[in-house]
Design a protein around this ligand. Structure first.
Ligand SMILES: Nc1ncnc2c1ncn2[C@@H]1O[C@H](COP(=O)(O)OP(=O)(O)OP(=O)(O)O)[C@@H](O)[C@H]1O
Length: 261
């Protein structure tokens, strides 16, 4: 992590129109956040608290919001913030009729990656993701974990300023997910990308991140630093200790956010 700011948001607000005459649904309620370059942030929070909505605003998929986003000394009020984004979802969202390498080529063309850089980027990230032998395979010839690795290669090959990851390992079996977490941390240490990672798995958040944002009801309720040196050992008891506190906090905010019976 560096001291350089990657971006910051101030008083971010997002409302969806209410249905059938209902008032608008305010999903993000004045969120403030400063993210440093190369920081690894995980966002935890109960279902429906606005995590994906926040990522959609950062990515430019959702361009209607209130408040401000600062990038590179400029302030944006609505619209797509000028950051190049790599986005990973729960499902890899690959094009089934293209090979692994063609999927990556397609993304690089769409994102106008300089042709002279493309081979070098692919060579680097296919190796880092352990997929070199599968460049010519189609998605249906690869396992779910491999497809998600390919989605990561595709996201990295567009040379993102920020990598957004929305529960990318939640659809995988635990052993595969664990390997992916270890490999992701290794890749992060080699690339130092700024990552915003949404998860429901508190241990995953503690293992991966520099800082956990506990979101609830459209706000960051607490920030939990994870001051564990890197490289990290997946089974480090210090991670279990931090996780205990995070789980307690999660239950508290989830309870407070749950509808009263
Ligand atoms: N396009 C939309 N129109 C109306 N309401 C929406 C829309 N997208 C999301 N919402 C609502 O906004 C709220 C926040 O949704 P969001 O997907 O950001 O939550 P989340 O924290 O990512 O949830 P989960 O952990 O279940 O993925 C929810 O109440 C959801 O129903």
């Amino acid at each position: 992590m560096t001291d350089t700011v990657a971006f910051s948001v101030r008083n971010l607000v997002k409302e969806f129109p209410g249905r059938n005459g209902a008032p608008p649904l305010r999903v993000i309620k004045g969120l403030d956040l400063t993210v440093r370059q190369s920081e690894f942030i995980c966002i935890l929070g109960p279902s429906g608290c606005g995590k994906s909505t926040f990522l959609n605003i950062l990515s430019g998929l959702d361009r209607q919001y209130g408040g401000e986003i600062d990038v590179g000394g400029k302030t944006f009020r609505g619209g797509k913030p000028p950051m190049r984004i790599g986005y990973l979802f729960q499902e890899p969202r690959l094009l089934p009729w293209l090979t692994a390498e063609q999927n990556v080529d397609f993304a690089m063309t769409s994102c106008n990656v300089a042709p002279a850089r493309r081979k070098e980027l692919k060579d680097r990230y296919f190796v880092l993701a352990g997929l070199t032998a599968f460049r010519g395979h189609y998605p249906h010839q690869m396992s779910g974990g491999m497809c998600q690795r390919l989605a990561l290669v595709r996201a990295l090959c567009v040379e993102p300023d920020i990598l957004l990851m929305d529960e990318p390992f939640s659809g995988l079996d635990e052993l595969t997910a664990r390997r992916m977490r270890v490999d992701l941390l290794d890749i992060w240490q080699k690339t130092r990308k700024t990552i915003i990672f949404v998860t429901h798995n508190s241990y995953e958040a503690c293992y991966l991140s520099d800082r956990i944002l506990m979101m609830s009801q459209g706000e960051v309720q607490e920030e939990i630093p994870v001051p564990i040196p890197r490289p990290r050992d997946y089974d480090d008891p210090a991670i279990f200790d931090i996780n205990r506190g995070v789980v307690t906090l999660f239950l508290k905010v989830a309870e407070a956010a749950a509808p009263q019976h």
